[in-house]
Write a protein that binds this ligand. Structure first.
Ligand code: MRU
Length: 348
């Protein structure tokens, strides 16, 4: 697999793949300030729940390394403020606050500002390294659900560039391509920002995966007329009962999958669970600016003064989900009541 990495630590800056420009050009950006990081997350230059978490962790480490002075209390206040600032960039993906909390916990007992600065950098790098392994394991577990020549539908981009590497929902396809295990993918284009059309197709073609692009409104007809063996999607936040927030359109796919008797899987790391939330009604749903709907690229496709509703995510109820594929294995739909138990030993 030769897909560029989405986020990398470079000592005094962060290198990101500019996902806004794909597939037209593959360019990297150097983020030198925490404001650069906030903007890159907000404007989806870096996107996808795990990649947002990694970018935020590197952003906080960068803010730490730029702190001048030796006063540990002042350093803690600085880090708390910068954490809140980064957390305000996007509300739905819990990986963002999960990563920021993890870094803050790591410096609680530091004996000096220098030690705290080093701890932040180490922890951020560790989150990134761990995420690559996690995604590899998610990919292997997910692959065990598929047969050769299966046709699988997905939406948005829960791929390598949305994580440290491999991806979540796309990981099984990348891994299958490496071992000559043919799987065909239907990629929904994912209006309005076209993560499916721009990013998923670009990623899968590079791995040699057989991918067919459809518009979101073709999903029902495709399920009826073509062989679709499963649906697999990523997640931005999963509540304690298994309700799952993911890119807008996911809920609709889950309903369609049920109607057509097709299993519907969510692939996500444990860092995407938020067991402090009882159910999906409590998940904050990001609403984005009107222009994303009114324009395609730079072209207006509706009158400028049209009123718009632009939720970036929706919540799929647990009862429509056949299983959640994590790095530790598959939680089947019948076992969702055990989700909170998975976290009793987890240090979050
Ligand atoms: O708005 P985006 O592009 O950040 O939305 C991304 C998704 O919905 C992904 O499916 C999710 O974050 C999982 S990425 C592994």
């Amino acid at each position: 697999m030769a897909i560029p990495r989405s986020v990398e630590w470079k000592e005094d800056s962060i290198k990101i793949l500019n996902q806004q420009l794909i597939p037209n050009s593959v360019e990297f950006l150097t983020l030198e300030t925490i404001e650069d990081v906030w903007d890159a997350i907000k404007t989806l230059k870096v996107r996808g729940a795990p990649a947002i978490g990694i970018a935020a962790a590197f952003g906080l480490a960068l803010a730490g390394s730029k702190f001048e002075g030796e006063d540990l209390q002042e350093f803690h206040t600085h880090i708390r403020e910068k954490s809140l600032y980064l957390a305000s960039s996007r509300p739905t993906a819990v990986n963002l606050t999960w990563a920021l909390h993890r870094l803050q916990n790591k410096i609680e007992h530091a004996a000096s500002v220098n030690e705290a600065k080093t701890n932040l950098v180490h922890e951020a790098i560790l989150i990134s390294v761990e995420d690559e392994n996690i995604c590899y394991n998610i990919g292997q577990h997910a692959l065990s659900l598929f047969n050769k020549n299966d046709s699988v539908m997905t939406i948005c981009n829960a791929g390598s560039i949305a994580t440290a590497y491999y991806g979540t929902a796309l990981a099984p396809f990348h891994l299958a391509a490496e071992v000559d295990f043919p799987i065909h993918v239907f990629a929904c284009e994912t209006r309005p920002l076209l993560q499916g059309a721009r990013l998923t197709t670009w990623e899968l073609l590079q791995s040699g995966v057989n991918v067919t692009l459809i518009t979101d409104s073709m999903a029902a007809h495709t399920m009826k007329k073509k062989k679709v063996d499963a649906v697999i999607v990523g997640a931005d936040r999963i509540s304690a009962n298994g309700d799952t927030a993911n890119k807008i359109g996911t809920y609709g796919l889950a309903i369609l999958a049920k109607q057509h008797g097709i299993p519907f899987y969510v692939a996500a790391p444990l860092s995407t669970f938020d067991i402090s939330l009882k159910n999906g009604d409590e998940i904050p749903i990001e609403e984005r600016k009107e222009e994303e709907i009114l324009k395609v690229g730079h072209e207006w496709v509706a009158p400028k003064n049209t009123s718009v509703y632009n939720p970036a995510f929706d919540v799929t109820p647990a009862e429509l989900i056949s299983g959640i594929i994590t790095e530790q294995g598959i939680i089947h739909g019948t076992e969702f009541d055990k989700i909170p138990d998975l976290f009793t030993t987890k240090s979050l």
